[in-house]
Design a protein around this ligand. Sequence first.
Ligand code: ZN
Length: 493
Amino acid sequence: MNLLILRYLSKVIFITLLLLVNTSCIDSTKTKNEEHYSVLFNNITTIDAEFGERRNQYVLITGNKIINISKKAIVSPSNCIIVDGKGKYLIPGLWDTHVHLTYSPELEKSMFPLFLANGITSVRDTGGLIDRVLYWRDKSKKNPNSSPNVFISGPLLDGIPNVYDGSPGRPEISVALDSPEAVRNMIDSLQAKGVDFLKSYEMLTPEEFKTVISYSKKRGLFVTGHVPLSMDVIEASNEGLRSMEHLRNLEMACSVNFDSLLNARKKMLAEGKNSLGGMLRSQIHKVQRLYAIESYDEKRANTVLKSLAENGTWQIPTLALLTGDINRLYENDTWKETFQYLPPEIRSNWIKKAEEKQQKEINHLSIAYGQWGLKMITKLKDANVKILAGTDTPISFLTPGFSLHKELEILVKSGLTPMEVLESATILPAKYFGLEDVMGTIDINKAADLVLLDANPLNDIKNTNRISGVVRNGIFYNRKALDNLLKKASGLE
Ligand SMILES: [Zn+2]
């Protein structure tokens, strides 16, 4: 037989087989596959920080893993959802690396559905009372199909007076530790309960902070945190601080007069030791922050950033939070539309607070700090300091889930490329937890946590908002299923 005819015949047989197999497939318009069926994305563009942009790909998921990626059509197994990927983009599931699941009790139940509906398949909780955050981490482990992965630090390890002490406006999410011994006992008890990492806070003494780092290292845990007010950033980084939140107290370290600022802080801390922690901290920032920003010294900043890079002290700048008074989301009608997905009591409370905030005088210090934070992003990037995307939701009108996309947008505005920003929300957080072999890119054997987009995020990072599907733990949520999650979050279902 002629070779051409043979080729033609085998093609016909292949297509017939494909059609036969596909008839046993589930329609992708079905809201979600409750069982572990397979999901096949046909002819899709995949984008991730390792492989870049790959067009015309076929991606097969079975169970909770990606089991095949090919440039050629893949024969779909039985019980498979088929998604037409033409004109669509697949990115790895996103991380919000700075959340507080238990900050507002009325909001707790809505957090998981809001995250999933926004393509966030992993979160790092950076502070909550241990039994309460454990409740949500356990829930996530038991029901991975309907929860993001959850990593917890437990409470903020703070000194005396502690900042988040349960006083008005300061929910009780910290513990007050008064000695290195108290630090060690607390770390022992948190590790016994199964925390994933630890978070140190601003009121620790240098001795207590050093104990937090050295003892946790001994116990195989790492520490993120706010640099204690009693220490310089370089000193804290040299001790082995794994990461810093909100660029906190970095502004003081980058001042030409960083050493006299530190001495003045130590004096204020000693004098204020009988005040409320939250008040004392605000007072110190009020006195020092603007001066620090205005006396910013490039040479000193370079020395500080070099230390951060060499020590591997990563940064979670939480720009959506820092630029709160620049971007003024509380008076942005489009942003306020996201409040409709909050439970009723939170929604009305946020609307009321947003109105109050609009009436307030312009906070020049907050604006200056935000502008300084934006400026620091390219400096961190040039110094090779790693950046993770995180928000601090639900603080400061940052609607869970939606706010991560705002963070990505601001990171691009401040100088990262869209690909670098995707990296900061996918593979870098995975590396931070040593999980880069199991998640963070679109690769065979990696977790089936993915986001399906209607437009290319590399052309415009805002396209990460255009979500038409999410895969979590191998379960495919189409748009309708995601809308149902939003309804659930708002208490309508
Ligand atoms: Zn926080």
